[in-house]
Unconditional design. Structure first.
Lengths: 82, 211
């Protein structure tokens, strides 16, 4: 089993899905049997969920979309007929 | 080239632009808001981004990641308008940052804050903490954690090495965690008898300082 220090070093990469399948499996196996590292991992996961849950901020309003298309049309763009 | 073939080429370009670039407007607008912060400046930035993208459409290869391409243009315009120099932080210790974050977990456990993400609405505090991050850290955190970019895509947008993406991202997350722990303590979410004021002591929690 890989040591705890390696798991902690690569925990963010693991949670972000940035590791190779082999390395991710090694860390997953470690987390299954190591309560200490698993607790850290769960804490970091909860933190990431908190940040990522904020992405549902309001989309740009239609006015901005119309402004962009109007500016493009003044620029020669003819792709929109609405 | 005849007039009709020119018109045909332009119509083809405009159709491709409408199909691939314009659907990215919500993401570009969100990205611009995190860069410019001021709503009016952000709208100007979005508009300028799409004008530049339209002019440069011939340099884009369809199907190769239009969102990242637009983010790159957006950020370049923003940086140019800021007249900011190419300041690079000498931060290249992602493992140290990961260790420091684990240290914050233990700090949170000691103060009964390890479940705060599950039991408290930290939305306003998170937004405030993200806005307060130094630009270099905020940019990479927004790309990876808000815009869901892979590390390599973020590196391409920001024009920095992959290792720098990791180190800045991990530091950004640690700074955020420190801010949120301080917020939770100040909000009285922990026993006052065990509380320390403000952010956790740097020497207790932080990894090596690199800037």
């Amino acid at each position: 089993m890989i040591p705890c220090i390696e798991v902690i070093h690569q925990l963010w990469d693991y949670l972000d899905g940035e590791l190779s399948p082999e390395r991710a499996n090694a860390i997953r196996s470690h987390l299954e049997v190591c309560a200490g590292c698993r607790a850290v991992s769960e804490y970091e996961e909860a933190f990431l969920s908190t940040i990522r849950g904020l992405v549902d901020d309001p989309p740009p309003d239609e006015e901005l979309r119309h402004q962009v298309i109007a500016a493009l049309e003044r620029h020669g763009y003819r792709g929109h007929t609405e | 080239m005849t007039a009709s073939s020119t018109d045909s080429a332009r119509a083809s370009r405009d159709a491709a632009f409408a199909a691939e670039a314009l659907p990215c407007l919500p993401q570009v607008a969100r990205f611009a808001r995190t860069l410019a912060r001021d709503p009016s400046d952000a709208e100007d930035l979005v508009q300028e981004t799409f004008l530049r993208a339209y002019d440069a459409w011939a340099t884009y290869t369809p199907g190769t990641g239009c969102k990242s391409w637009l983010f790159t243009i957006c950020r370049n315009i923003y940086l140019r308008e800021l007249r900011r120099g190419a300041r690079m932080l000498a931060t290249d210790d992602p493992e140290g940052e990961a260790m420091a974050s684990a240290g914050l977990y233990h700090y949170a456990v000691e103060r009964g804050l390890d479940t705060m993400f599950d039991r408290v609405d930290l939305g306003p505090a998170v937004r405030q903490a993200i806005a307060a991050l130094p630009d270099e850290y905020r940019d990479v955190l927004v790309l990876v954690d808000v815009q869901d970019c892979a590390y390599t895509d973020a590196a391409g947008v920001l024009g920095i090495p992959l290792g720098t993406v990791r180190s800045r991202l991990f530091r950004a997350r640690r700074l955020l965690q420190q801010s949120l722990l301080a917020f939770a303590e100040d909000a009285g979410l922990v026993s006052r008898s065990r509380q320390t004021v403000g952010a956790p002591p740097a020497d207790e929690l932080e990894g090596p300082r690199t800037s």
